[in-house]
Design a protein around this ligand. Sequence first.
Ligand code: HEM
Length: 369
Amino acid sequence: MSLLRSSLRASSRIASRASTRSPLALRSALSVRRFATEPPKAAEPAPEPTPKPEPPSSGSSGIIFAALAAALAAGGYYYYSTTSDASATKGPFVPTYEDYRKVYADIADALEDNDYDDGSFGPVLIRLAWHASGTYDVNTKTGGSNGATMRFDPEASHGANAGLKAARDRLEPIHAKYPWISYGDLWTLGGVCAVQEMGGPTIPWRPGREDADAAACTPDGRLPDAAQGSDHIRNIFYRMGFNDQEIVALVGAHALGRCHTDRSGFDGPWTFAPTYMTNDFYKLLLDEKWHWRKWNGPKQYEDDKTKSLMMLPADMALVKDKSFKKYVEKYAKDNDAFFADFSKAFATLLELGVPFKTEEKWSFPASSA
Ligand code: HEM
């Protein structure tokens, strides 16, 4: 029951935003309805206040909002201006905070699409950012989002990356408009934008990835296999340099999106509000009863009550394993703790193996805020 309440709460929060704000939010509210197993009650709980973005500041957190052309210049980001935005000046083009903010805004505008999934490319953009980054190997210092090698075979055809062409293609017109941005920066900024626009926490981000060629493709097998359990999950994420708490925080992204039979083979969403980021993934894992789904597909769990939600064997490992479970319990109780830890771990993930030339990180305010 608590789940249903929280999905309704999310729904009313989205609806309240939708009335005054972004069409994506409205789309999200509609998609929430698609998964609600009961019609919304007449007396829904009052909408919670819309979270405000953190105000621009250059506080001690090291996150800076202001234009930092100087920092980028120090990083040697010289491009020749070919974009419509910077067409006034010919010559060396040094993108500033403002230029990246425009890219962010265009990605935000590209998220919604009635004809795609639950009305949003947000979840698949997060998956693109994560799969581009999660190939990192801390020992050999190979892989990661630097290089954006998923553009090429063999990496584009690795089983784990099935379906991510949809995300890459969605960002292509934005790359055409801002050709100075590297694909690694564009894809990771896409993940940041999608998290924030779907109601998630602010993710600090900085540019600095440079495109590589096919020779830098990582070998198959670096991303997790959803059919496996805690040993495998630890092997994969420890190889990136993460600990148990960070693993559990990151997998909370499964509050968003869905599995596709023509991609991973698995089927269905994890939550009732798959375009709105909450800690519902953890709540569902703990509160619902799950059984193996009887179907002609890979082994996955189905919830007893509605039979409309799913969990992967790898998701269920987070409650079967004691060390993982204590973080599932923590995040199920405390959405703020989840958001804070997710923000840190996701920002780290997107930076693995990138030789940044600047320490400062930026934050872009969510456009729906
Ligand atoms: C044990 C680790 C993980 C496993 C085994 C796993 C597995 C999967 C699988 C099988 C899918 C379905 C793909 C499809 O059929 O379209 C999926 C989707 C997704 N994953 Fe994960 N994942 C893991 C960790 C993560 C992490 C760390 C993130 C982000 C921080 C993430 C974000 C997502 C999102 C947003 C989707 C939905 C994509 C969509 O709707 O198209 N996952 N994951």
